[in-house]
Design a protein around this ligand. Sequence first.
Ligand code: DAH
Length: 369
Amino acid sequence: MTDITTLEAELSAAVDAAPDAQALEALRVSALGKSGSISDLLKSLGGMSPDERREMGPKINGLRDLIQGKIAARKAALEAAELDAKLAAEQVDLSLPPPPRRKGGVHPTMQVMDEMIAVFAEMGFGVAEGPDIETDFNNFTALNFPPKHPAREMHDTFFLPEDPRGERKVLRTHTSPVQVRVMHRVNEQLPSWIANGQEPPIRVIVPGRTFRKDSDQTHTPMFHQIEGLVIDRGIHMGHLKWTLETFIAKFFETSNVTTRFRPHHFPFTEPSAEMDVRCDRSGGEVKIGQGDDWLEILGCGMVHPNVLRNCGLDPDVWQGFAFGAGVDRLGVLKYGMPDLRDMFASDVRWLEHYGFSAFAAPNPATGLS
Ligand code: DAH
């Protein structure tokens, strides 16, 4: 009797004191397992007289039920406490600022190209493109550079090794060969898939990469140009001048643009000119639309009759103008970057400073983002 009461008190205290699920399980085995203390008592019923059994049976069974119930309750309490502790440890502090995320940006050259394309697109120009590796024919010959003409050297060309057919391709020195690709309809020297030009009238711009052996503060071996080509009937220099002045005003976001044409020579245009824009250099930075200085910004002219002929167009029917400008250089001017070479140095700090957001709101003046 005393045994059962003592055992009940001991086991109850031990269950209440069990610190975790493991200790509780050990306790359960020691009481209710095969040779546990309560199991032993239950086994002892078999050796008792019927009277004793009648008296002791309910007590021992009662003890078993009681301890089983207590263990189950303690188990549930321990599990609940464990869950509470876990939830408390994993609590999220919604007031904490999020960790900074690295954002990509638009490279200034690509931004400037997009701005230029947007301005010309508004004037009705389409966009044409050509490959970086170009035939000598498209880069020079069709553009009226004579075979041994020193002008070919003027471009400090990167030549590729001769191919098995003896052809020496070049990394294009300018975007002008795309003029040929756009105009070309008939030419025996080219495979038909290249001679797939458009029927005039033509109005295209050609943004792209160009290459020359040159490197200093204002030259990089790889740079970007934008070419323009207009072919139609009755085209003259007045059209060229209006187009370029309109472009410069929109691109630099000023209505106050003064330009001048200086006579120049390009093999592929006649007459040829370089266009300067009035600027102010007094404050150490170049300001377009003010001052008394001039800044050379692009080459241009009327498409040479030989170029038209080389592309299968009759110069007595079709006339046109063309121009070519350095994209990076105009970007440097517009956004005030000190050294052209930084554009391609891939320094992330520079890109973070001068780069543009891909998600910028459109500029209300230009409609560009
Ligand atoms: N291709 C010339 C260069 O790279 C630039 C140029 C000048 C392009 C006059 C033209 C042009 O289309 O008409 O220096």
